[in-house]
Design a binder for this molecule. Structure first.
Ligand code: 0O2
Length: 221
């Protein structure tokens, strides 16, 4: 039985999707724990929102066909990295790298691939940090590693990607070149905006640190 010929209605397909759901829950919990710990230690939450999604059978089929993979369950597990997807939106770019580091250094997580579209944006201007991970899930019949894609974005990057995603489905008849150029220009503006916001936070943190040293000095003097 193949995907598109009934496999997606089988008990085996449902069981596989359930494993991906469990993997999403594991990684989502890890991220929520990091967020809570951060907010206790530094009085701020590194992320604004977290969204999860399981790829639909239609999109799985479409991607498998587009990439020319065999339409079996084993092939889905081997070749698709984003059946289980998590999107984390942060206010500041530096928090993205901090969270990604804290997540990937956990000893049960295997990091398969990092796609850093922040340092190396796509040609159209898309920016985001993608991590392809494997996380163990514990089932009645033992432990199994499942793949999960985590996308980290700033609010500004997410804004650009959401608008881009909406426009993607529109049929462009005229001015295609101009639209592409304009979208890329917006991506550049957004990148500068992220940098400015990060600079502002760094300045505030520096001044807070200095004034606390000053207070300490006054106390001891
Ligand atoms: P959806 O609806 O988010 O599920 P690869 O296996 O590396 O060859 P893949 O998987 O296409 O190819 O990798 P890529 O491009 O690194 O990551 C794909 C996902 O990133 C997309 O998922 C989007 O979520 C996001 N993405 C990548 N490029 C763009 C872009 O130009 N604009 C927007 N808005 N999002 C982008 P899906 O499966 O396309 O869709």
């Amino acid at each position: 039985l193949e995907l598109g010929r009934g496999l997606e209605n089988s008990a085996e397909f449902t069981a596989l999707m359930n494993k991906y759901k469990c993997a999403i829950m594991e990684v989502e919990t890890k991220l929520n724990v990091l967020n809570a710990e951060f907010s206790l230690n530094y009085d701020r939450n590194p992320f604004e929102s977290i969204e999860t999604r399981l790829k639909s059978p239609e999109s799985i089929l479409e991607k498998m066909q587009r990439k020319g993979f065999e339409l079996t369950l084993t092939s889905i597990e081997e070749n698709l990295f984003d059946v289980a997807g998590i999107r984390v939106v942060c206010a500041f770019q530096e928090d993205i790298y901090k969270l990604a580091e804290l997540l990937t250094k956990q000893d049960d997580i295997r990091l398969l691939r990092t796609k850093d579209y922040i340092k190396h944006p796509k040609d159209n201007g898309y920016r985001s940090l993608h991590l392809i991970l494997e996380v163990p899930i514990f089932l009645a019949d033992g432990k199994k590693y499942m793949k999960v894609e985590v996308q980290f974005r700033t609010i500004a990057m997410d804004f650009w990607a959401s608008v881009d995603h909406k426009l993607r489905y529109k049929k462009v008849i005229e001015n295609e070149e101009q639209i592409i150029t304009k979208l890329k220009r917006c991506a550049n503006v957004i990148s500068r905006l992220d940098q400015e916001m990060q600079d502002i936070r760094n300045m505030i943190e520096k001044s807070e640190a200095e004034s606390s040293v000053h207070r300490e000095d006054q106390k001891s003097g």
